[in-house]
Design a protein around this ligand. Structure first.
Ligand code: NCD
Length: 319
């Protein structure tokens, strides 16, 4: 593995499969009564979060602790960031305390990349603005491989397998979604066919260069999907009116039980959370047996353990 994980594009197919296989090994540890490995004893992982997070922060913390690393949680609120300290000075302070890895979430796209230029430890991007969220893409890929793990459904759950031939449809607020961008890059690296579905106003410029197809018609795509990933409508990042009303959005792009019935029987429904129930996803869909939303959270811990293990555990070839 490379020293930093900033973009899903940093991972070759072999590296991505290695993360998934390592996570599958580590899943055994999470099932034991004592869920701890001594692998990262004496190492320090800093969680540097400038944006709110429930799942990602706690999941990185649990992952680092299960590998016996020391964890420092730093949130911008209540720190000297509130006094105007810069990202660089904050990072150098944390590094002076011996951080081997900095897990960073920041509202500005590109912040983890800058950080990687200032510190000697590893930087792991836990979400930067509307840019990328590579560990979310890894946990989504892991969940897909696990759920669709029989040859009739395209993917093979076997170790070493990618997602060849899996048809993944990512739906909704693509414009503001770092989950979508990292998902497109990683799933296509692993061999999946990815289609983005959104209103034209929520498709980013430059999407023509992404390794995926674009559609504006959800009903036409659902029968051809093995995976449908619903994205949160990110009101907090919206500076203009991107669709007429929530009701209209839901009517065209929301997933309710009626629409879900258009999916093939084996297909799964994903959402990275937090959900707007009743907007992009109906409660009966989120709570249905097809939904992987809770599994995505538990898989998040083992996939992040795998990432920390491979980046910090002294695996040969680290550069
Ligand atoms: C996502 C995020 O923060 O990018 N959440 C997550 O990490 N599980 C998606 C979102 O905020 O909608």
């Amino acid at each position: 593995m490379k020293r930093h994980l900033i973009s899903a594009a940093d991972l070759s197919r072999e590296e991505a499969v290695l993360v998934l296989d390592t996570a599958a090994e580590l899943a055994g540890v999470s099932a034991r009564p004592i869920r701890k490995l001594p692998t990262l004893r004496g190492r320090t992982v800093v969680n540097l979060f400038y944006e709110d997070s429930t799942r990602t922060r706690t999941s990185f913390e649990a992952a680092a602790k299960r590998l016996s690393a020391d964890v420092i949680n730093f949130s911008a609120r209540g720190s000297s960031v509130a006094k105007g300290e810069s990202l660089k000075d904050t990072a150098l302070t944390l590094e002076a305390m011996g951080a081997d890895a900095i897990v960073v979430r920041h509202g500005a796209s590109g912040a983890p990349h800058r950080l990687a230029g200032w510190v000697t430890g590893s930087v792991i991007n836990a979400g930067d603005g509307t840019h990328e969220h590579p560990t979310q893409a890894l946990l989504d890929a892991f969940t897909i491989r696990q759920r669709l793990g029989s040859p009739d459904h395209g993917a093979s759950g076997r170790r070493g397998a990618g997602l060849d031939g899996v048809r993944a449809t990512i739906v909704g607020d693509v414009l503001h979604s770092r989950v979508a961008r990292s998902g497109v890059l990683l799933l296509s690296t692993l061999g999946a066919d990815v289609t983005l579905v959104a209103p034209p106003t929520l498709i980013p410029f430059g999407v023509g260069g992404w390794p995926c197809k674009i559609s504006y018609d959800l009903d036409a795509e659902l029968p051809k999907s093995d995976v449908v990933m619903m994205l949160r409508v990110q009101q907090e990042r919206m500076t203009a009116a991107y669709f007429p009303t929530v009701r209209e959005y839901r009517r065209r792009y929301g997933l309710d039980a009626g629409r879900m019935s258009l999916l093939p029987d084996h297909a799964i429904v994903m959402h990275p959370g937090p959900m707007n129930r009743g907007v992009e996803i109906a409660a009966e869909v989120a709570d249905s047996p097809r939904s992987t939303i809770v599994e995505q959270v538990s898989n998040g811990v083992i996939v992040r353990m795998a990432v920390l293990y491979l980046m910090l555990g002294g695996v040969e070839g680290n550069s």
